[in-house]
Design a protein around this ligand. Structure first.
Ligand code: SF4
Ligand code: SF4
Length: 436
């Protein structure tokens, strides 16, 4: 069996956030394969821990992908400050691969940034790395590809739990485990009232629901007291974000001046998007276009804006409106890196200070204890594309690793496997519940 087929069967998706089915990338032919170990979300250290503890498996996945795509070169993006991870990974890299050492900036893990740092190439506006002969995979995806080679399906997610918990740590969790069980495994919360940033404080979403579950793309959970600055900011009703923005934005343009996509040469100008908040629908459409190439990194809202406004959220809204009206902005001018880019990069420690997270900025070491759980709720859509279709029925007995959700022939998606042995308790179009 060829590698793309093994990856497809094992249900591997991009573990770095978006959940793009990994077999598609393995089928392509490219010049560069890039490993993304540039983790930059404040407080999340799971990729660092994975590189320290499983460098051989990650590099095996990297090598397999280089072979499968017939790439001439491999570039392993990793932060220069992570010296132990660098020496662990270096021991397993083959002749075609080199390290690309990165500074400790936010968002150095953004695909557009990484591709530019590693190859000097700029992805075309609204394009993908493949357009310039590259594929990028997060280090955990590469680890999972090494499992897929051995025909081991993806049933566990490596996550980091940090913030106001007694034991900040990184560990493997069965997919479908509730946040409640996960937070308990990290020693439990340090405070009685808290919120959870799922996937990180910059790009993740805020929830107070402990019944939500870990999926194949959950990078980690950041627990913060309910009265923390970030929870108060994020927990404002959406209409407030835009109402305050309409009245208080003084068009200083700091949001644009710090925007990493703007500094790379893309026409992303959040200060112009802010103008759309005060316009009628026709007027807004003009300014909305300046949001099309935004990657939702959150830097404008949480770092740049001196008025604590919400330019990132204005960009998110603009993208939805453009999508609904069928408008697609195509940048006409050449992408040219801004001469001040290097000087405007945002050091991670500075961002952590601005976010008032210094008290939580600690390591999250790997906990190798077995995480056992009695109940999981496994979503059938954990990836980009169509949801998988359930292939088990209520009351059926299932074994860990068994396929329970299947992608229909010819559709973009990923297969789903059960993460614990037990009995099927519920099957809907969205979720399968299992109890051991
Ligand atoms: S930084 Fe804030 S105040 Fe300045 S233009 Fe952007 S949104 Fe408006
Ligand atoms: S969220 Fe803000 S800073 Fe980040 S890419 Fe979008 S506009 Fe730029």
């Amino acid at each position: 069996m060829l590698l793309p087929e093994k990856i497809f069967n094992a249900g591997v998706v991009g573990a770095g956030g978006a959940g793009f089915p990994a077999h598609i990338k393995a089928q392509s032919k490219v010049e560069f394969v890039l490993a993304n170990g540039a983790e930059c979300e404040p407080l999340i250290h799971k990729d660092h821990e994975l590189m320290l503890n499983f460098p051989k498996e990650i590099c095996r996945g990297f090598e397999l992908l280089i072979e499968s795509t017939k790439a001439k070169k491999g570039r392993f993006g990793i932060k220069e400050k992570n010296t132990k991870a660098i020496s662990a990974v270096s021991r397993h890299l083959n002749g075609k691969s080199e390290l690309t050492k990165l500074g400790d900036f936010y968002p150095s893990g953004d695909e557009f940034e990484l591709v530019y740092e590693a190859t000097g190439r700029l992805i075309p506006p609204a394009g993908i790395p493949l357009d310039i002969g590259c594929v990028v995979n997060n280090v955990e995806t590469l680890y999972n590809i090494s499992l897929a080679e051995k025909e081991i399906p993806i049933t566990k997610k490596f996550i980091c739990v940090a913030g106001a918990v007694k034991k900040p740590s990184s560990f493997f969790v069965p997919v479908g485990t509730s946040f409640k069980d996960v937070v308990e495994f990290a020693g439990g919360p340090k405070v009685s009232e808290f919120g959870i940033f799922v996937g990180g404080v910059m790009m993740g979403h805020l929830t107070f629901d402990l019944n939500e579950v870990i999926t194949k793309t959950t990078a980690g959970l950041i627990i913060l007291p309910k009265d923390h600055y970030l929870i108060k900011r994020k927990n404002q009703p959406e209409q407030n974000w835009h109402r305050i923005g309409k009245s208080a934005c003084d068009q200083c343009s700091y949001c644009t001046e710090f925007c990493p996509r703007y500094l790379l040469g893309y026409q992303v100008e959040p200060h112009k998007v802010m103008r759309s908040l005060g316009f009628t629908k026709t007027g807004a459409a003009v300014w909305n276009e300046m949001a099309e190439l935004c990657c939702s990194c959150g830097l404008c809202t949480l770092y740049a804006c001196p008025e604590d406004l919400y330019p990132k959220e204005a960009c998110d809204k603009a993208k939805v409106e453009m999508h609904e009206t069928g408008i697609k902005f195509i940048q006409q001018k050449d992408v040219k890196v801004h001469p001040i880019k290097e000087g405007r990069r945002v050091p991670l420690p500075q961002l952590i200070m601005k976010l008032k997270l210094q008290d939580y900025d600690v390591e999250a070491p790997f906990n190798s204890e077995n995480f056992s759980v009695k109940k999981v709720r496994i979503p059938l859509q954990q990836h980009i594309g169509k949801p998988a279709k359930a292939i088990v029925k209520k009351n059926e007995v299932v074994e860990e690793g068994q396929m329970i959700g299947k992608v229909s022939d010819g559709e973009l998606g990923a297969n789903i496997h059960v993460s614990i042995s037990g009995k099927v308790k519920e099957v809907t179009a969205e979720i399968i519940s299992i109890e051991s």
